[in-house]
Design a protein around this ligand. Structure first.
Ligand code: MOS
Length: 714
């Protein structure tokens, strides 16, 4: 493609687009190997108890069935928790070990793997495996078990309290005290979790896995199975969506490696959509937000409490309440985050973990306060604008949230809003306009990259990061081309291979800041080498010239970049302002999101096209949060009952209408050498609240429990 200006900041098409739309991109479960055997998972029918007996006789009698692996016949594996911990494990954890013993810890727990010559045979044979259980009582209802909540060792501690929030709240002239309940959500990427483990002739394993972190999976498998890193390579060049579900190694890859070892064959394991409901999920979360204000709407007290579920064996927790100390200026604030243990698999990160629920509750409570005060919701936010991070008592590295509010409001036409609920009726439909703000961390973590410039003028850059649909292949090539002044077409970027320079999981919206900084540094080293060579070989002009005159085939450099210590002096966050329009049919209780305008301030935007896709995709996720997504548990069985895409509703084309994304100019010389804060998760934060506030404006009904289903609106 022709790029006239510099590649950085240009709306370049995804370089992986063509292979994806033509079906040539191969995903983890699409790789072939001679003699490939197929595994099918047998899952637990009960939520708690133990396996008394597994009888695989009938399954094993079928010709073509190779083995049925269970806790009784598996080979010895690592025995300590540390070996099962990965780079995303909760601080206190005894991670789940597939096929470890007879204990059942959650419904849909994998309890056996049937391996056969074909997937169809393995699937049929799995139905013949007889399991006798001894049941134990289970609890899978957050609300019923909220009383048992405790403070976990936090990944990101709640802010310290300031002032006397309870007294200030009691004395405030205007008060809002509301409780919000968010359900469990499942990630549901299009691509099923799957792994193809190929046994190379020399005994080494090549593992194709659906994951957000090839090295995370590699290290996990090596520790458990006793491989050296040179003996087991993990590849994941293409990922069909993940949203956080692939941050931790999941059991498909464990089981596939286990079977490959026991059988000395290549093995593939693919999970079903139903089984994926037993991998991880966004935790159900109860919240209380109490806001006190003076008659002019100045916040005098902020209290934010949350209780989320975790499993019996890991204290998963996320930063739910922290954002409430950050978005607004308030001298009296108190925060509390607890977890309670349920008999479910461990929850995990899902798109803007913590902020998605926490900012939802805060921004709905702010809307409730605006209504009580009879102040415009946007004016209320501007009145309490925070120019400094009071949680950590530090300045922001940059914060163009005010510009986000203003630009999105103008584009949306907010000034034409009639503040009275139910006032904007159009025929049979109730129209509502709502808004909310959003915030997400601008993180950077250590990462490395390699750059190789060859004498033909081509630059190959690589790092063991991933591209889960984010545009990493494209943006990294842009960063590299820019650093060396090369045409974009002459640069390729390789990722999704554990043998490449070290990189973290792809998550947290930190890939550009982390891996991008390493790519830039590696390319700058190449440039320095070229400059040194040019000095020695007078007359050399272009990089290719320099190499030719120096008689070199290639210049290769690697760089590892860590966040600078100076970052600690600043708070680094991306911000957003989201405005939403809904159309509610009163007879059916159905709500449609007809329009969303989201203005995002995330530092420098390196590719407006892939960035826009990130935000609009996340807004679609926000529509799901607000109106559709909910994993329903049959409490009698402790089991998800809508574990399929027919009954777990995600937004489809008919649910998605006008979405407009604005990138606000924001210069940030602190966050990293690229000035980019990273993007993705900021798109979902604030969206559900804007929609819920619009539903209130349309109907006069405040639905605090998500999703806002038709039966809740009727
Ligand atoms: Mo994202 S939840 O960090 O994959």
């Amino acid at each position: 493609m022709a790029v006239t200006a510099g590649p950085l900041g240009a709306p370049i098409n995804r370089v992986d687009g063509l292979v994806k739309v033509t079906g040539r991109a191969r995903y983890a479960a699409e790789h072939q190997a001679p003699g490939l055997a197929h595994g099918w998972v047998v899952s637990s029918d009960i939520a708690a108890g133990r396996i008394v007996r597994i009888d695989a006789t009938e399954a094993l009698a079928l010709p073509g069935v190779l083995h049925v692996l269970t806790h009784e016949n598996r080979p010895p594996l690592a025995e300590d928790d540390d070996s099962y911990r990965d780079e995303v494990s909760p601080p206190t954890s005894s991670p789940f070990r597939p096929l470890h013993d007879d204990r059942i810890r959650f419904s849909a727990q994998p309890i056996a793997l049937v391996v056969a010559e074909t997937p169809e045979l393995a699937r049929y044979a799995a139905t013949l495996v007889r399991v006798d259980y001894e049941r134990a009582p289970h609890v899978t209802d957050l609300q019923a078990h909220r009383g048992a909540a405790y403070e976990p060792k936090p990944r990101m501690p709640p802010p310290r309290p300031r002032g006397d929030a309870d007294r200030a709240f009691a004395q405030a002239s205007v008060q809002v005290d509301a409780q919000y309940l968010a359900p469990i959500e499942h990630h549901n990427p299009m691509e099923l979790f799957g792994a193809t483990v190929i046994r190379e002739p020399d005994g080494r394993l090549t593992v194709y896995d659906k994951t957000q972190g090839v090295q995370n999976v590699q290290h996990y498998l090596c520790k458990i199975f006793g491989y050296r890193t040179g003996e087991l390579r993990v590849l994941s060049p293409f990922v069909g969506g993940a949203f956080g579900a692939g941050l931790r190694p999941q059991y498909e890859v464990f089981l596939a490696v286990l079977a490959a070892r026991v059988l000395n064959r290549s093995v593939r394991v693919v999970l079903t959509r139903q089984q994926m409901f037993g991998l991880t999920h966004r935790p159900a979360t109860w919240q209380r937000v109490a806001l006190g204000a003076d008659a002019d709407g100045r916040l005098e007290a902020v209290i934010h409490e949350a209780v989320a579920e975790t499993s019996r064996f890991e204290d998963f927790n996320e930063a739910v309440v922290n954002w409430s100390g950050l978005l607004y200026r308030c001298d009296n604030a108190r925060f509390d985050h607890k977890v309670t243990q349920l008999d479910l698999c461990t929850p995990g990160d899902m798109r803007a973990p913590g902020a998605a629920w926490g900012v939802y509750a805060l921004e709905c409570a702010m809307d409730e306060l605006a209504v009580k005060l009879d102040i415009d919701p946007l004016a209320l936010r501007l009145r309490n604008y925070a120019d400094r991070d009071l949680n950590d008592d530090r300045p922001f590295s940059s914060k163009e949230l005010r510009a986000c509010y203003q630009q999105a409001a103008e584009r949306f036409g907010w000034s034409r809003r009639d503040p009275r609920p139910r006032s904007m009726r159009q025929g049979h439909a109730l129209i509502g306009w709502g808004m909310a703000g959003g915030v997400w961390e601008a993180m950077q973590v250590p990462a490395s990259a390699r750059a190789v410039l060859t004498a033909d003028g081509k630059l190959s850059v690589s790092s063991a990061t991933g591209d889960i649909g984010t545009g990493t292949y494209t943006v990294m090539a842009q960063i590299a081309a820019d650093a060396l002044g090369l045409p974009f077409e002459d640069v390729t970027f390789a990722l999704g291979d554990s043998s490449l320079p070290a990189a973290p999981v792809q998550g947290g919206s930190f890939t550009v800041a982390s891996v991008g900084s390493a790519v830039k540094a590696a390319c700058e080293r190449v440039r320095e080498r070229l400059l040194a060579l040019a000095g020695q070989h007078a007359g050399a002009g272009s990089p290719v010239d320099v190499l030719r005159r120096a008689g070199l085939e290639a210049v290769e450099e690697e760089a590892s970049v860590e966040p600078s210590a100076a970052l600690e002096r600043y708070s680094r966050y991306a911000h957003s302002a989201v405005f939403a329009e809904v159309r509610v049919d009163e007879d059916f209780g159905t709500a449609q999101v007809t329009r969303v305008v989201s203005a995002v301030a995330a530092g420098r935007i390196l590719n407006p096209k892939t960035a826009r896709s990130q935000i609009s995709g996340a807004i679609v996720g926000g529509i799901g949060m607000a109106l559709e997504e909910e994993s329903v548990i049959d409490q009698a069985f402790g089991r998800f009952i809508n574990h399929n895409l027919a009954e777990y509703h995600v937004p489809v084309n008919a649910d998605v209408h006008d979405i407009e994304v604005i990138f606000v100019d924001e210069r940030d010389d602190v966050v990293n050498t690229l000035g980019a804060k990273g993007l993705a998760e900021i798109g979902i934060v604030g969206t559900a609240a804007a929609i819920a506030n619009a539903v209130f404006h349309a109907t006069g009904r405040r639905i605090r429990d998500l999703p806002i289903r038709p039966d809740r609106l009727l």
